[in-house]
Structure formats: structure tokens, C-alpha cells
Ligand binder design. Structure first.
Ligand code: M6R
Length: 606
């Protein structure tokens, strides 16, 4: 949550910072601001609303070579001009941008106010800048910031600028991400890689409790105690084009269409001679004698974990518990010895997922991370990592990250089944070959875009909808419902089809649309009975069903047909019509598809 971008160098700071912030808007977009050193003073512009609103207020400024900017997702204090970052001290000479939460801000604020500091916002961040002001007496900015870092509690990535030391930006982090981009006679600080794509490919990834001083031509990293830290330069492989819309109206639509390639890329280095081969990833050492697997994640990644549970239990016969990270971290887990945790996170920065990972490690449990972002916190803290190769996912609604997470879940299930010989070699080979066809099958579904669009147009004014399924279909129903809620703001609920009559059936009324997933051959008759139950109560049923089940599903009002596919692997394909449906529902309802209200892509606070 919240994006930070800072620049110091030879060039024109304003466009660089604005461009960086535009790539970070996915992290929050309820206000934005920029602070620039100009004519021996710091000028700040900040505005409630999207970045474009702030940019409109920004007068053209050339020749400015240092500045910091911020795009906000509100935690403390409503979205407003005054709560937007950067925040300044009483003199207006020191400014700070912050991502995270200062947990002891109330006490700090109270004490500072008693000492005479004037607070003007409701944010936790303002305490940081007044505290720097307090300590910045007869000393350097660096020393003052170091003192503050010892006093603030919680999570933070900050960048600080000061009138008296206009040749530097000081930044520091704990539990919120921060990277340094290395240029020639110019350097950058940012919350995430997309902000600096197209500017440099060389970065440093800051670890917790590290502080960096950026000047035009130097980058000095130390720990919070001042000890020098030597870091390897990390070469970014994503290119700038991958983070652009490439002619699509929205990132989400582009990312939906990128799924065949993302699936292929994710499979690439894990299949050798046509068979799953994860030997290069060295994961066997953590799965030796595994008696239980915990899969922990949030949102869409959690839904991928639900599919992972079904696949691993079915194929590798290892018991799996899939949990929502924010619940898992506070429950009394009865850790089973010989267990492994798998954390799934597109960003690798989700606070709750990271906390669950740390909890597992504290209990001596090995952790495997499945993430899309190389160098992310979970990738660094886990014992082993498997990357999804989805490329940058910019839209808040996750699509290609989900399908590639599913691919990894299946690869893992197959790999473990192979190692443990829990299913026959023939079955493994068959599933393996079917998995290799997934990209083509997704492509086939994408050709139905216009049909699904027409369906969305027809249902665009609905108030409420339900998603049903059994087994793998239920897991996908949950993802479909989340997608629809998230971007079109329509109330949507997912139910296990067999559970309806235990209560939710009372919600069915005349004309309510029900989207039913029907891909599990052995369960089709059961699901059809449930469909008849909702139809009998007036529901209009849209079936997302496999071609071979078309006959059985005839009674449904509408059908979206999926190509013939292995039912175990069906989620990779069956989710795609739901993504397209949600996308067009949001478009027809004039919603901001890529930046839905109240949300941010990366949830780095609890
Ligand atoms: O980066 P992560 O995968 O850890 O993010 C988890 C969720 O915040 C994320 O999947 C969220 O639910 C998506 N916006 C759903 O589309």
C-alpha cells in the first residue's frame, strides 16, 4: 500500500517522479503528492484523488534535480489534500513520504505536540517528520533520521529530503518494500520495480533495517546502526514494454490475454524432455518425509491455494490445510512435525502472508514461496522459491498471476506424486501432457471474448449474483465471485453447490443470475440437481461447462463451452470466462477496472 518514488540526479526530476508514481498507482490511488527542492526551498504539491489530479496542479518545472513523490492508500486519516504525502515538519524544511503504519504514532504525536510541534494531518506519518525535526539540531540529517528509526514502531519505507542538505535523499525500510535504482549521475528510490523500468535495469533491493543515502553519484547503504552493507546489484529482466498497456484499453484485459504466454513461461524451465522436472529447484530436501502441507495466502492467491490442496491431496496423497494468512497468523496452529508451509503471493510483499511465513520459520517449519516477484520479501525469507513467470501484473484484479500460480500448484502436486510414487507413471505422463496443453486451451477460451462480452452487457444491471461449483469448480467459483465483486462492485457469493440447501437457497429469487461451473465429469449429475433447485426458484443459470457435458447441462439458460480438458486441471481454463465476464461487467458499469475503489494491488499493511 502506498507507493514511493524519489529521484536525484542530472535530469528533470518532475517527469521522472510522475512517471514512476504512475507505475506505482496500483499500490494506492486516493491521493498523491510531490516535494521538490527548488530555489533554496521545498515546494510541495499534493491532492486528493488520482495522480492526474495532482499533476494538473503542478506547474511546469524544469531543471529540478531532486524530489520525492507518493501515491497513497489511506490507513490513518481519510483521503484528503492535507493527509496526502509528502508531510512536512513545522518549518517546512524537512519532508517525508512513507509507506506502512507507525504503530506508536499516537504516543509520539501526543509527546511531540506537548513539546510544541504543530500537527496538521490525521496521518501516522506526520509523527516521523516532526520527530526528525526534533532531533535535527546541531547534527546531520542522517543522524537525526537514525535516531527516529530507533523510536518508531511498525512497518515503514520512508524517503526524506531537507532544505539544508539538498544534495541527498535519505531512505530507510522495515517491513515495507524499497528498492534503489542505479543510474549514471542519477539515482532513484522506489517502492517497486515497475517505477524504474525504462530508466535503469540495475537495482539494489533493500533489506529490513537498512538505510540508504542517495546523492547524484553515490549510493551508500548501511544498517540502522550505521554499519556498511555490501550489496550485489540485481539485474531486472522485465522490460518497460511489459508494464505498458500495449493497445489494450485496460491492463486487466491485456493481462487476461497474456495468460497463454505466462503459462508457457511458467512451465518452461520446470519441464524437461516433456516431463515435469523440478530437480533444478532443489525443493526435495524440504519435502523429504513431509506429512503435512500448510498453504497460506490471501485473496486470489488463497484461491490458488485451494486448488493446490485438492491437487496435492488427490495426486501426492499428502494432507494439506489451506488458510487465509490473516487468520492463520493468529490461530493456535498445532504444528505437525515434518510439515512444510507453502506461501503463495504474486507481489511477495503481502503483510499477512509474510507474517505467516515468519511464524512458520519461528516454529522450525520450512517454507516454500510461490511468487511472481524476484527479490520480493517472501522470496528472500523463504527457504525455497518457485517463481511464476507471469511478468508484471499491474491491474489490481489478479488474473495471469492466478493461472500461473495454479500451474505451479499442479507442477508441485505432480512432482510430489512422482517422488512418492502415489499414482502410476502412466497417470503422471497423461497429466503432464495435459498440463502442457493448457496454454492452447486458454487461447481457445479467449476466442469467445465477444460472446462473454454480450453476456456481460445483458446482465450489467444486476444487483447480486451467485457462483456455484463442486470440488475444483467450487475453488474457481470463489475466484470468479471475488473478481466480480472487486471490479464491478456487484454483490457476488460463491457456494459449494451442495451447500445451498443448508441456507443460501433462501437468497435465490426470480431472475437472479447464477454462474455454475461444470467441469468435473464425476460430479456433473450432482451439480445439475443443485442447478435444478435454483432454477425451480427462479434463478437464471449461466453454465461454464466442458463441451462433452453440454448435453447434460442443456437445462441451463446460457452456456459458455470449455474445450475438452482434464477435469483435474480445469481451473486453469474455467476461470478465464469468469475473468472476461467480470472485466466487461465493470466496463459496462463504468467502473475503474484497473484501479477499483478502496483497493490497492499490494497489501503491505495488516
Ligand atoms: O500479492 P499477493 O498475491 O500476496 O496478493 C494477495 C491479494 O491481495 C490479491 O490476490 C487480491 O485478492 C487481488 N486483488 C485479487 O484480484
Amino acid at each position: 500500500m502506498c507507493g514511493i518514488m524519489g529521484y536525484i540526479g542530472k535530469g528533470n526530476a518532475v517527469p521522472v517522479i510522475i512517471d514512476g508514481l504512475s507505475k506505482l498507482e496500483y499500490r494506492g490511488y486516493d491521493s498523491s503528492g510531490i516535494a521538490l527542492y527548488n530555489n533554496n526551498q521545498i515546494e510541495t504539491v499534493k491532492k486528493k484523488g488520482r495522480l492526474s489530479t495532482m499533476v494538473e496542479k503542478l506547474e511546469e518545472k524544469a531543471g529540478i534535480d531532486i524530489g520525492i513523490g507518493h501515491t497513497r492508500w489511506a490507513t490513518h486519516g481519510v483521503p484528503s489534500d492535507v493527509n496526502a504525502h509528502p508531510h512536512a515538519d513545522c518549518t517546512g524544511q524537512i519532508v517525508v513520504v512513507h509507506n506502512g503504519i507507525i504503530e506508536n504514532y499516537a504516543k509520539l504525536r501526543k509527546d511531540l505536540m506537548l513539546e510544541g510541534h504543530d500537527f496538521i494531518s490525521d496521518t501516522d506519518t506526520e509523527a516521523i517528520v516532526h520527530l526528525i525535526e526534533k532531533y535535527y539540531k546541531n547534527t546531520s540529517l542522517e543522524k537525526a533520521v537514525r535516531k527516529v528509526l530507533k523510536e518508531v514502531q511498525g512497518s515503514f519505507a520512508i524517503a526524506v529530503m531537507c532544505v539544508n542538505e539538498p544534495d541527498k535523499i535519505i531512505a530507510a525500510k522495515k517491513d515495507s518494500p524499497l528498492i534503489v535504482g542505479l543510474g549514471e549521475n542519477e539515482n532513484y528510490i522506489a517502492s517497486d520495480i515497475p517505477a524504474i523500468l525504462g530508466k535503469t535495469k540495475q537495482i539494489y533491493i533493500l533489506e529490513d533495517k537498512e538505510l540508504v543515502i542517495l546523492t547524484k553519484d553515490s549510493v551508500e547503504i548501511t544498517d540502522f546502526d550505521g554499519n556498511k552493507v555490501h550489496k550485489e546489484i540485481f539485474e531486472v529482466t522485465w522490460d518497460a514494454i511489459a508494464a505498458e498497456k500495449a493497445g489494450y484499453e485496460h491492463f486487466m484485459l491485456k493481462e487476461i490475454h497474456e495468460q497463454p504466454v505466462a503459462i508457457k513461461e511458467t512451465l518452461r524451465e520446470k519441464i524437461k524432455d516433456g516431463l515435469v522436472d523440478m530437480s533444478d529447484l532443489n525443493i526435495d530436501e524440504i519435502f523429504e518425509d513431509t506429512e503435512k502441507i500448510y498453504i497460506v495466502a490471501c485473496g486470489t492467491a488463497y484461491h490458488a491455494g485451494l486448488v493446490g490442496k485438492l491437487a496435492i491431496e488427490k495426486l501426492a496423497k499428502i494432507p494439506v490445510e489451506t488458510d487465509i494468512a490473516s487468520e492463520f497468523r493468529y490461530r493456535d496452529v498445532l504444528w505437525t512435525p515434518k510439515s512444510v508451509m507453502i506461501v503463495v503471493s504474486q507481489s511477495g510483499e503481502t503483510a499477512d502472508t509474510l507474517a505467516a511465513l515468519r511464524e512458520a520459520k519461528r516454529n522450525g517449519i520450512k517454507v516454500l514461496a510461490v511468487t511472481n516477484v524476484v527479490g520480493s520479501s517472501v522470496s528472500r525469507e523463504a527457504d525455497k522459491v518457485i517463481y511464476t513467470h507471469a511478468g508484471p501484473e499491474i491491474a489490481v484484479a489478479s488474473t495471469k498471476a492466478y493461472t500461473t500460480q495454479l500451474v505451479i500448484m499442479y507442477l508441485l502436486a505432480l512432482h510430489l506424486a512422482n517422488v512418492k510414487s502415489t499414482i502410476s507413471k502412466e497417470e503422471i505422463t497423461k497429466l503432464n501432457n495435459d498440463l502442457l496443453k493448457m496454454d492452447t486451451l486458454v487461447e481457445k477460451v479467449l476466442t469467445q471474448q465477444n460472446k462473454i462480452k454480450a453476456l456481460a452487457e445483458k446482465y450489467k444491471d444486476i444487483q447480486s449474483t451467485f457462483f456455484l461449483g463442486r470440488s475444483f469448480d467450487y475453488a474457481v467459483a470463489m475466484e470468479g465471485a471475488l473478481k466480480l465483486k472487486e471490479i464491478s462492485y456487484i454483490h457476488a457469493e460463491a457456494y459449494a453447490a451442495g451447500e445451498l440447501k443448508h441456507g443460501p437457497l433462501a437468497l435465490i429469487y426470480d431472475g437472479v443470475p447464477v454462474l455454475a461451473l461444470i467441469t468435473q465429469d464425476h460430479l456433473v449429475d450432482k451439480t445439475m440437481s443443485n442447478i435444478k433447485e435454483v432454477k425451480a426458484r427462479g434463478a437464471v443459470v449461466v453454465a461454464i461447462c466442458k463441451e462433452n457435458l453440454q448435453e447434460t447441462c442443456q437445462e441451463c439458460d446460457e452456456q459458455i463451452l470449455l474445450p475438452d480438458l482434464n477435469p483435474i486441471l480445469a481451473p486453469i481454463v474455467s476461470v478465464v470466462p469468469l475473468q472476461i465476464f467480470s472485466y466487461y461487467m465493470a466496463v459496462f458499469r463504468d467502473c475503474d477496472v484497473d484501479k477499483p475503489r478502496n483497493l490497492a494491488k499490494s497489501v503491505t499493511v495488516e
